[in-house]
Unconditional design. Structure first.
Length: 195
């Protein structure tokens, strides 16, 4: 992970950038900096791997879209802090996310007072083109499998098959090239997280 390049390119696009060497330092930072807030989470293997809702629930009010259904998805727009990950980021300063329902990417663009991305080093690519490829051919098939979606990419797990099925998870592809929230933070983990 080229920290200097990531910092330069993302801070130049109005993102707040932090780096963490291990899980403990990342979680300590979050426990210290996210208190007394209403928070929500976009569907994310990264968030699950970190047990983030459980780590932060003691000092915050949590909106669980996974438990509360569609109504909670709308509440994600009005929270203090919204957590998610990215399918891929480029060292050149772009964030790429593919979404099925659109609630995760929508809340990352508009509404919350603060948006925090947690990004494992496995999601970093040199260029936007490689980030797009990673999002479509690595992250999307794994997410489809995780969500038990009946698509060719979920069944084979190796790449996008450009299906046109109603239940496909790649209905929206969003490229973020500048922070849209008043406070958008990128927390880069120098270890693998999610897929």
């Amino acid at each position: 992970m080229n920290r200097e390049l990531l910092k330069k390119n993302f801070e130049g696009r109005q993102f707040i950038v932090e780096f963490f060497d291990d899980k403990n330092s990342l979680l300590s930072y979050l426990k210290e900096n996210v208190k007394n807030e209403v928070i929500a989470f976009g569907g994310s293997a990264t968030v699950s791997e970190l047990d983030l809702p459980f780590v932060l629930e003691e000092k915050n009010s949590i909106i669980w879209h996974a438990k509360s259904g569609d109504s909670a998805r709308y509440l994600g727009f009005s929270v203090d802090t919204y957590f998610l990950s990215a399918n891929a980021v480029s060292e050149t300063g772009y964030i790429v996310n593919i979404d099925g329902n659109g609630n995760r990417v929508a809340a990352s663009l508009f509404g919350p007072k603060r948006v925090i991305y947690i990004i494992g080093k496995n999601k970093i690519t040199p260029s936007l083109e490689e980030a797009m490829d990673r999002a479509r051919n690595v992250a999307a098939p794994k997410n489809a499998k995780r969500l038990s979606v009946s698509t060719p990419c979920a069944a084979k797990g190796d790449r996008c098959y450009k299906c046109e099925l109603d239940n496909k998870i790649c209905r929206a592809t969003v490229i973020i090239e500048r922070a849209t929230s008043p406070r958008t933070e990128l927390l880069f983990a120098d270890f693998d997280l999610g897929f």
